[in-house]
Design a protein around this ligand. Structure first.
Ligand code: MG
Length: 453
């Protein structure tokens, strides 16, 4: 196996790992996977390489006999929406999400608009290696251009009523795919919208597409200097949202998920919220407010969808500010997330900081250390022995819950590193637990290195 796929989709440097030949062959492999028939939605973000990859992907698909809906430059949630609502058999999104401009990638979606599960990615990779089957000259696929943006916008505006109050919102799309729709939707819902970095530009001239507190300094300043009610920062493909409150302070992804969830689920009975073992306790507080429950899975969007399909649920999301509203799209949707937060503020007449203060404050620490990929499992086994008396949760790595705090030790799925996250009510306690966890990880790495040398 060429290990083409990472934890979710393919990502790499343009014209090194991700080039037109890869896209062409993957298109043929996907067509074969779909038995050389059916329809596939293909969309892309504004990266300089995206059109090149799109042309090759489309060519691959039609040479394998599939029809293609070309939805053009769209955010990832719009592609997912298209795969589901425009009667497609699959979807392909060309994006490297939050990675720097020299990267690109491909993510595959099923007919319900959910990301391909691992098993389908593996089958696609096998077909890619074997080479897909080509259609006869009279059975080649056809292409059609579709305005998916307007269909998505129409559906969203049908689902969400206008906000109760006009809020002043600054929207920072990182010059990414959100630029082509996010500001327009908020304006239609009744916001006074000021845009920042919202002209699509694959060089990402305004800021890097990862919405970290360091990268969104301009947004923080703009919110306070213009007296806005809030700021919205999307990542490069707008499947995630980070919020800046009226004081110019960043609201973390966990809290964005919690606040959006409280608003979205306000009328549901006992909602079931799906999240991962690495998400803040603030989700438990949100669920308590709603009279619902939190179910925790392994880390990663496909794991959330897997749990939803198995046991149902009302909302799913991760600590990075990516939220899935399953009765809307089966994909993390940064636009719907922003809409929910603004609706919450408009409906209650509260500021974002007042809303955030309705939830307890937690402190987190994230630490990491180098660990060769081939040693990760052995290190995890060693740690399991070490922490056996603490009854760790082994859903993904080892999560140790102590009174009012927790920490998790887990290997990265993509990089040769081992991580430790901790969360507690004070900085001191979070630091203490993260250090304790990291020390155990480092000791275990040493033990395993000695044993294997
Ligand atoms: Mg993204």
């Amino acid at each position: 196996m060429a290990d083409l796929f990472g934890t979710f989709g393919i990502r790499g440097l343009v014209n090194e790992k991700v080039d037109s030949e890869l896209a062409l062959k993957l298109g043929q492999a996907l067509a074969t996977h779909l038995n050389g028939e059916g329809k596939v939605a293909v969309g892309y973000d504004p990266r300089t390489s995206s059109e090149m990859i799109e042309h090759a992907m489309v060519s691959g698909l039609i040479s394998g006999g599939c029809d293609v809906l070309r939805v053009g430059m769209v955010p990832t949630p719009v592609l997912s929406f298209s795969a589901n609502h425009l009667s497609c058999d699959a979807g392909v999104m060309i994006t490297a999400s939050h990675n720097p401009p020299e990267y690109n990638g491909l993510k595959f979606w099923d007919e319900e608009g959910a990301g391909f599960v691992r098993e389908r990615e593996e089958e696609l990779e096998n077909l890619y290696e074997k080479g897909g089957e080509l259609a006869d000259w009279n059975e080649l696929g056809e292409t059609e251009k579709v305005n998916a943006l307007s269909k998505y916008k129409k559906a969203l505006l049908e689902k969400i009523p206008k906000f109760d109050k006009e809020l002043k919102v600054i929207v920072d799309c990182a010059n990414g795919a959100g630029s082509v729709i996010a500001p327009h939707i908020l304006r239609e819902l009744g916001c006074k919208v000021i845009t920042l970095n919202s002209q699509p530009d694959g060089h990402f001239p305004g800021r890097m597409p990862e919405p970290t507190p360091e990268n969104i300094g301009d947004l923080k300043k703009a919110v306070t200097s213009m007296g806005a009610d809030l700021g919205i920062a999307h990542d490069g493909d707008a499947d995630r949202t980070i919020i800046v409150n009226e004081k110019g302070e960043v609201i973390s992804g966990d809290r964005v998920f919690a606040l959006a969830g409280i608003n979205y689920l306000k009328d549901r009975n006992n909602p079931r919220i799906i999240t991962t073992v690495a998400t803040s306790m603030v989700m438990d507080d949100a669920a308590e407010k709603l009279g619902g429950e939190v179910v925790r899975t392994k880390v990663g969007e496909p794991e959330l969808v897997r749990e939803y399909r198995k046991n149902g649920g009302d909302l799913a999301g991760e600590e990075n500010g990516g939220v899935i509203f399953p009765d809307w799209t089966m994909c993390r949707d940064g636009i719907m997330t922003a809409v929910q937060i603004i609706d919450y503020a408009a409906r209650t007449g509260k500021t974002i900081s007042e809303l955030s203060n309705t939830l307890p404050e937690y402190k987190q620490r994230k630490k990491k250390t180098d660990c060769p990929n081939h040693l990760k499992q052995k290190v995890l086994d060693e740690l399991s022995k070490k922490f056996a008396d603490k009854n760790p949760d082994t859903t993904d790595g080892l999560r140790i819950d102590v009174e009012d705090a927790w920490y998790i030790l887990r290997p990265s799925g993509t990089e040769p590193i081992f991580r430790c996250f901790s969360e507690a009510k004070t900085d001191e306690r979070a630091e203490e637990l993260a250090n304790k966890g990291m020390e155990a990880v480092k000791e275990s790495i040493e033990t395993v290195k000695k044993e294997t040398s």
